[in-house]
Write a protein that binds this ligand. Structure first.
Ligand code: COA
Length: 160
């Protein structure tokens, strides 16, 4: 059985992430979407909140599981006995960072953790979670970027 991990911050999950999750779920038997508890990023949503919103937006995809982790991705992947990570590439600007991360993970895992890249759907290549947060913080319309359930959570986080 082929299993892949799709790691990320998902603060919040956007249509861009959902596109990657759906496509990965057609390639691998199982996809574990893993929310990183990253002390270096000041998050809007707590990890359990991000897990819950991901569960909601992926509830119709049977081979997707939502989890969270902290620490190194290679250690989490080892604990799950998985050797494939999936990442989305939106534009050239993502490339340097992703290449560096993929090569580092390959090296420090002793050649065990491979990274598979999926190119983000053109319709979502402009999207990122911080822009969504900024628009939502001013009560702007984020309906083109996130599902309704996530838009509602953003509204209540920002007190609208
Ligand atoms: N569609 C829309 N947006 C996307 C996207 C897509 N397909 N792919 C990425 N993004 C956006 C995210 O929304 C996020 O936006 P933001 O910065 O505005 O909030 C941004 O791109 C970063 O993406 P994300 O997937 O959340 O990556 P990250 O840099 O926060 O985390 C990890 C990447 C989790 C894979 C990495 O940090 C990790 O593995 N950390 C664990 C520690 C470790 O192992 N380190 C060694 C590796 S070098």
């Amino acid at each position: 059985m082929s299993t892949a991990i799709y790691p990320g911050s998902f603060d919040p999950v956007t249509y861009g992430h959902i596109d990657i999750i759906k496509r990965a779920s057609t390639i691998f038997d199982k996809v574990i979407v893993a929310v990183l508890d990253n002390p270096r990023k000041k998050a809007l949503f707590l990890v359990p909140e991000r897990v819950k919103m991901l569960e909601e937006v992926t509830k119709d995809i049977p081979n997707v599981e939502i989890d969270s982790f902290s620490g190194l991705l290679i250690d989490y992947a080892r604990s799950k006995d998985v050797n494939i990570a999936v990442r989305g590439l939106r534009a050239m600007t993502d490339f340097d960072y992703e290449l560096h991360m993929a090569q580092t993970n390959f090296l420090i895992s002793g050649g065990k953790l491979e990274t598979v890249f999926l190119t983000t759907d053109l319709a979502y290549s402009y999207l990122c979670s911080s822009t969504v947060r900024e628009i939502a913080s001013f009560n702007g319309d984020v309906s083109q970027s996130v599902p309704e359930s996530v838009a509602k959570l953003l509204k209540s986080k920002y007190g609208y």
